[in-house]
Design a protein around this ligand. Structure first.
Ligand SMILES: [Zn+2]
Length: 91
């Protein structure tokens, strides 16, 4: 039997700063069918919460499904070290 050797490359996981995170909510109030009203997509939680408050005030609906999404980038540690060396350089 041969033994395969994998070289392990360590990565850090970082939020992609070039893509905005996405916050949204959908009203799931209702007994037989959901209301289904949607907040739309926003780059922060504030406008979504504001929309919920307004929707609850207008309709009395109180139950929401919230979604959050963002983008993650795998960054090899070796590359980071190289970047640090390049930018930290000669003064
Ligand atoms: Zn509703």
């Amino acid at each position: 039997m041969t033994r395969r050797v994998f070289r392990y490359v360590p990565f850090t996981i970082e939020q992609d700063a070039t893509a905005e995170p996405e916050y949204e909510a959908r009203c799931v109030s209702g007994d037989e069918s959901e209301c289904g009203a949607e907040s739309g997509t926003h780059s922060g939680p504030g406008p979504v919460e504001e929309w919920q408050r307004k929707h609850t005030q207008e309709t009395g609906h109180r139950r929401y499904r919230r979604n959050f999404g963002d983008y993650a980038v795998m960054q090899p540690l070796a590359e980071l070290a190289e970047l640090a060396r390049a930018s930290g350089g000669t003064a």
